[in-house]
Design a protein around this ligand. Structure first.
Ligand code: ACM
Ligand code: ZN
Length: 527
């Protein structure tokens, strides 16, 4: 019998004895008037066909949920207590049913069902015809602990082409992640086409060379002039957003400001305090040239950029960066000094806060909420902003105490760009973050009151890409640590147990192997 090893672990799972075998005669039956059920049914049929070669018909449900030799997907009779992402999965010896209030729950039920099948169901070809597609009889009741279950990718440092982003999403889906934080702009590259400012990508999307000293064989994105870079057209972005949405993943775009903006300033040096000239950064660091906070043109520019961004991303949240903005230029800039005076601000930290609040007003007026790195707390938090706590948990604690929403992504547990083992690992940015540490994260600080705890939206793993030049290496850094993070994000704290997780993970990794995910194999005794 196939081992039961679901990652992330469901809230409640009972085996009831016996099993059900999916054969060419099994039908997928979906509730008549539910496009969510139809979508989940089609997705299941597609996944099942790819892995097994069996083409299960998707039909309409006319009988009850225990129709013989059928996999039934329906919202009828769903348990409201399981919420919009929860589901109930029942496998008996003659039927399978997934019942959920909404599409997301049906979709997660399908993910769990796939994990109850032999791992070859995740294969990329359908040459597994001799395998018996048997599922153990179980009753599962499940829902996520957190509503923000995120991974972050950074195509600014090393571009990842659209097809690779889609593949990355495919693997997120297995782990019930629901947010892809898309870091689209930085010193080393501007990666999103903005129609009003074509120079942003003509100039800002390319740098003279890689600049991070990576193996040239790992790099593929050069233009005809030999420049290194790349960008997403708006059509690419629409495709990524739609692909993600069909899999219940929200893409949250990040447009960095006021710092980490050299790629934009290379295209538009007049938006800086010194007016440049600048080059797109080759290599890492924190650069002193940032958007001028005293120049009204900067806000006109950013409003126009954000107006196009908003059209492309249905996400409620727009990430505006805010981290690592040196104040050197602002201190010496007459326009910035004037702004501080005119607005009655105390210092450059309040000027940064004023900058973010100014952008927040624009985004709020368009129905969007801003989220930023925890530096946006310095000099006063914008009134409606959410905070991504990365320099430990303290920023998140302060924000939650002040009544703001928080995503926990502390370097100590969530920086998946750090080394995952000692010894002969490929070059990484530094740090040391083994999988056990990721798994041990408790995102809700004890010191918060019950009301304040409700502000912790969830957790996110970050894959800064200074040393991640391609999808294969992105997968190596992400997995299996993201498997551990998915359980932090999904599973109730009291159900989490490292030893139990590790034994499920060993089995789960055979699924990732079938999919061709380049995860880092577990090794023993390396702690
Ligand atoms: C960050 O890692 N600079 C947010
Ligand atoms: Zn200035």
């Amino acid at each position: 019998m196939n081992q039961i090893a679901i990652v992330p672990k469901p809230v409640m799972l009972e085996t009831t004895g016996g099993d059900f075998t999916i054969t060419a005669k099994t039908k997928i039956l979906v509730e008549n008037d539910s496009s969510d059920a139809a979508g989940a049914g089609k997705y299941l049929a597609g996944m099942f066909y790819r892995g097994t070669g069996l083409n299960l018909p998707v039909g309409r449900l006319t009988g009850g949920i225990s129709t013989r030799d059928a996999i039934v997907l329906t919202t009828k009779g769903a348990d409201a207590r399981l919420g919009s992402e929860g589901y109930r999965l029942n496998v008996t010896d003659d039927s399978i049913s997934i019942v959920a209030q909404e599409g997301a729950g049906l979709f997660y039920g399908v993910q769990t069902l796939l994990q109850l099948l032999p791992p070859q169901v995740f294969s990329q070809d359908h040459t597994n015809k001799r395998i018996s597609w048997t599922v153990p009889c179980v009753q599962i009741e499940d829902k996520p602990r957190f509503r923000w279950r995120g991974l972050h990718i950074d195509p600014a440092r090393h571009f990842q082409k659209k097809e690779d982003v889609l593949r990355f999403i495919d693997t997120m889906v297995l782990h019930k992640f629901n947010v892809l934080h898309f870091h689209l702009t930085d010193d080393q590259g501007w990666r999103i086409e903005i129609k009003q400012y074509p120079k942003l990508t003509e100039v800002g999307a390319w740098r003279k060379e890689d600049g991070f000293g990576l193996d040239p064989k790992a790099l593929s994105f050069f233009d005809e002039k030999g420049r290194y870079g790349g960008f997403y057209t708006q059509k690419d972005i629409q495709e990524i957003v739609a692909y993600a949405a069909a899999r219940y993943i929200t893409v949250v775009p990040e447009i960095e400001m006021p710092g980490h903006a050299l790629a934009a300033l290379a295209a538009f040096p007049e938006l800086s305090c010194t007016v440049g000239p600048f080059e797109v950064a080759c290599g890492g660091g924190i650069f002193k040239d940032v958007y001028c906070a005293g120049n009204d043109q900067v806000f006109e520019f950013l409003d126009n950029v954000l107006a196009e961004v908003i059209e492309l991303f249905p996400s409620k949240y727009i990430h505006v960066g805010g981290d690592e903005c040196p104040k050197d230029r602002w201190k010496n800039c007459p326009k910035c000094r004037q702004r501080i005076k005119d607005e009655g601000l105390k210092d450059e930290h309040e000027l940064q806060s004023w900058f973010i609040s100014r952008i927040e007003r624009f985004l709020n007026s368009k129905g969007k909420t801003i989220i930023g790195w925890d530096e946006i707390l310095e000099g006063g938090l914008a009134p409606n902003a959410a905070v991504m706590s990365w320099r430990g948990m303290s920023g998140g604690i302060a924000a939650a105490k002040a009544g703001h929403d928080v995503v926990m992504t502390p370097t100590s547990h969530c920086y998946l760009d750090y080394y995952q083992a000692k010894g002969n690992e490929p070059k990484a940015i530094g740090g040391f973050l083994p999988i056990e540490t990721v798994y041990s994260l408790e995102p809700v600080p004890e010191e918060l009151t019950e009301d304040q705890k409700k502000h912790i939206l969830g957790v996110q793993g970050n894959l800064w890409s200074e040393y991640i030049p391609n999808l294969s290496h992105l997968e190596y850094m992400a997995y299996p640590r993201a498997c551990a993070l998915s359980e932090v994000a999904w599973t109730p704290a009291e159900k989490r147990d490292w030893n139990d997780f590790e034994s499920r993970l060993i089995h789960h990794l055979t699924r990732l192997s079938e999919r061709g995910v380049n995860y880092r194999p577990l090794s023993v005794g390396e702690k």
